[in-house]
Design a binder for this molecule. Structure first.
Ligand SMILES: NC(=O)c1ccc[n+]([C@@H]2O[C@H](COP(=O)([O-])OP(=O)(O)OC[C@H]3O[C@@H](n4cnc5c(N)ncnc54)[C@H](OP(=O)(O)O)[C@@H]3O)[C@@H](O)[C@H]2O)c1
Length: 276
């Protein structure tokens, strides 16, 4: 029987490439996105249903899951991919920015998972792949909200991996390093919240960090997002472990985290990310 995957944030980046990878492998794909009317390519592919889903809107999630299961009968894999990076000093974050980051990156994952779980329980089978980040392994300056949301998804995933064993539902996380998607045009905080006494510090740290994120130092570089889509497919179909990192930078950070003390790791990250 042909298997079915539901993917969030399928309009671009890892999400869109994952739709194509699963489709190429012969899967039915429920490709969900906020603005499906803008998508011209995916709807042309056989066995791909392009439909509206905003992870912050529970009604849209209900509708998309109902539409997908009516069409394909089941959901074997859920890829919680939708997300973005709020960027800036925590002190300058508006309440709206804070809420949006968590509503999308954390509560969005929870909303979609809650809607899909009854389908997977009925099947007594399923795999949930949550896209976290290198920022879900280590904290980085100016990415405190993003890191907090991705650390939370790591914790959520680990807990669920135990809780869902009884129903034969597996949970996997994929933590990419820096890859060339729309993500690199990271969101910034509202202008009106900026504090004059932080101007100099903010601009120096931002300049340094933006250059590191947009053009990671050699030998890392910005990865090819196809690599992440391929890892997502692999984690959904083969991988047995909970956590997988993708990209030389993410793998290096994971290794360093394992071998260094907290103090050593902090020194390394501050040295790499803070302005001299
Ligand atoms: N690229 C990287 O270097 C990198 C590294 C680590 C982790 N990640 C993670 O990878 C995931 C995918 O990002 P990407 O790199 O592929 O970036 P991307 O090209 O910007 O894709 C992000 C996707 O999320 C969608 N999205 C945002 N808010 C949404 C919402 N409320 N409801 C539904 N969809 C929403 C966007 O939809 P719209 O088109 O409607 O905006 C877009 O389809 C994210 O979770 C991100 O945190 C990326």
């Amino acid at each position: 029987m042909r298997k079915t995957v539901l993917i969030t944030g399928a309009s671009s980046g890892f999400g869109k490439l994952s739709v194509k990878r699963f489709q190429k492998e012969g899967w039915n794909v429920i490709a969900t996105m906020r603005s499906p009317e803008k998508e011209k390519e995916l709807g042309q592919l056989s066995n791909v249903l392009v439909t509206q889903l905003d992870v912050t809107d529970k009604n849209s999630i209900k509708d998309a899951v109902a539409l997908g299961t009516n069409r394909f009968g089941r959901i074997d894999v859920l890829v919680n991919n939708a997300g973005y990076g709020a960027f800036g000093l925590l002190e300058e974050a508006s309440q709206e920015e804070i809420d949006n980051q968590f509503n999308t990156n954390l509560f969005g994952v929870i909303n979609v998972t809650q809607e899909v779980l009854p389908v997977m329980r009925r099947q007594n089978a399923g795999v949930i792949v949550n896209i976290t980040s290198i920022g879900g392994l280590v904290g980085m300056p100016m990415l405190s909200l993003y890191s907090a949301s991705k650390f939370a998804v790591e914790g959520l995933s680990e807990s669920l991996s135990h809780e869902l064993k009884k129903f034969n539902i597996k949970v996997r996380t994929v933590s990419p390093g820096s890859f060339a998607t729309n993500f690199s045009g990271a969101h910034t905080f509202n202008e009106e919240n900026k504090k004059p006494d932080l101007n100099e510090y903010r601009e120096r740290i931002k300049e340094n960090l933006v250059s590191v994120l947009k053009e990671p130092p050699k030998p890392f570089g910005l990865g090819d997002p196809q690599e992440v889509a391929d890892v997502i497919y692999h984690c959904a179909t083969k991988t047995k472990k909970l956590r997988t990192t993708v990209g030389k930078d993410a793998k290096t950070v994971k290794f360093m985290k394992r071998i260094l003390s907290d103090r050593g790791l902090s020194k390394m990250l501050s040295g790499a990310l803070l302005p001299k």
